[in-house]
Design a binder for this molecule. Structure first.
Ligand code: DP6
Length: 401
């Protein structure tokens, strides 16, 4: 087996501020609405993937053999995973004009964030796989084109192809060739991304109890709110959200972000059987955000929450000062140590009453929080065949590190 080429890349996690919920075509993963997300900074959360291409004289099948290691384990089920097969088929098709010299590829992929972060890893994982294979094959494709393939692994994965703010345009075509990610870069959007601070409040590290695909399917079948969401609510909100980001208008951004999260969870509860992703701790965090904005900031929002298919809150916070203050409040209510460098802040009587109320109300504990910012899209780490440090496999023995 002769190693011909090796590439290591990283890809980010993204968190939607206008949610994707619903598929109009399940096998192709075509959504019922467009969506928009922020891309989290890879210094804190990322997937890293190495792809090594070999000329292997033992493989006489005429097909490319793929050996996949996910988070330290050989993924023996990869042959049964239809989404993975779809992605690999599309990548092989894309590379067919390249006269590829490989017939065996070893892929090693790892997340640098703990599963205890309670974050879905499929978005960064599929994005990183597609991006890394594209670089292995030296494909001359844009990230927009690659997002169409990543989408077929997991819908939200397409939005990890770009940094800062990214829109997944739902598209209209039946073959999905116009359902792709595009970066949101107009006006002051980049400056607005730099102002943003993110706190991921980890309420639970358990797997979600209703898988997104099943939940989406049931919402389409049974929820009347879903119809309204697809036809009216999201199309209008997408325009408003893009405008708010381009204008760096945090007040409008935060209102829309929280409204869309609430709307998505209302659709979930309106589904038969109802889907409950949020718990008492999630509600206590919402209550705290509401109190912070309305009472402590006198109606000038400084914090916005959003919740995906689980109880963990992701907070989009307007600047460092608000982040410091809000983290301090979280620390007081949930009695966790968190970041010990937080400065004490003066709190009034009203806050003491609220804190007591929330302390009594909370049923579960907040486990921890992760602080991050927004950041860049996928990155190439190394394509160097003599690089002993950055690749996830040993280049002499071809085993994962
Ligand atoms: C609630 O992308 O995980 O996080 O396409 O079935 O893999 P599949 O679903 P997935 O769904 C994410 C749903 C969400 C909202 C969002 O990220 O937009």
């Amino acid at each position: 087996m002769k190693l011909e080429r090796v590439v290591t890349c990283t890809a980010p996690v993204n968190i939607a501020v206008i949610k994707y919920w619903g598929k109009r075509n399940e096998p192709l993963i075509l959504p019922t609405n467009s969506s928009l997300s922020g891309t989290l900074n890879q210094k804190d959360l990322k997937t890293i993937t190495t792809a090594a291409g070999f000329k292997n004289e033992n493989n006489t099948t005429g097909e490319v053999e793929l050996i996949l290691y996910l988070n330290g384990k050989l993924d023996a089920n990869s042959q049964e995973n239809q989404r993975l097969k779809n992605v690999l088929r599309e990548m092989t098709k894309a590379a067919s004009s390249q006269q590829s010299q490989f017939n065996t590829i070893i892929v090693v992929s790892e997340n640098n964030f703990p599963t205890a972060a309670g974050l879905a890893s499929s978005a960064s994982g599929y994005c990183c796989l597609v991006y890394t294979l594209a670089k292995l094959y030296q494909l001359d494709w844009s990230n927009e084109q690659l997002s169409i393939i990543a989408r077929q692994g997991s819908g939200s994965a397409c939005r990890s192809m770009f940094g800062n703010w990214c829109k997944w345009e739902m598209g209209q075509l039946e073959d999905g060739s116009d359902s792709k990610a595009v970066p949101c870069v107009s006006g002051k959007s980049d400056a607005f991304a730099q102002e943003m601070e993110i706190l991921i409040c980890v309420v639970s590290d358990q797997k979600k109890h209703t898988a997104s695909t099943d939940g989406m399917r049931n919402s389409i079948k049974t929820s009347s709110l879903m119809k309204e969401r697809i036809e009216k609510v999201v199309p209008e909100r997408m325009i408003q959200m893009e405008e708010a980001i381009a204008n760096a208008d945090y007040q409008t951004f935060s209102e829309l972000c929280m409204k869309d999260s609430n709307d998505f969870h209302a659709v979930c509860r309106d589904t038969t059987p109802p889907i409950h992703y949020l718990n008492e701790t999630s509600f206590a965090i919402m209550d705290l955000v509401d109190f912070y904005n309305k009472v402590l900031c006198k109606g000038q929002n400084g914090v916005a929450y959003t919740y995906d298919a689980g109880p963990n809150a992701v907070l989009y916070i307007h600047g460092k000062e608000h982040k410091q203050k809000f983290a301090k409040l979280l620390q007081q209510v949930f009695e966790i140590s968190g970041n010990t460098t937080l400065e004490p802040i003066d709190l009034n009587e009203e806050w003491k009453i609220k804190a007591t109320e929330l302390k009594e109300k909370k049923h579960n504990q907040l486990k921890n929080w992760i602080e991050t910012t927004l950041g860049a899209g996928p990155q190439i780490v190394s394509t160097d065949l003599s690089d002993q440090t950055n690749h996830l496999i040993h280049l002499q023995t071809f085993v994962p590190k």
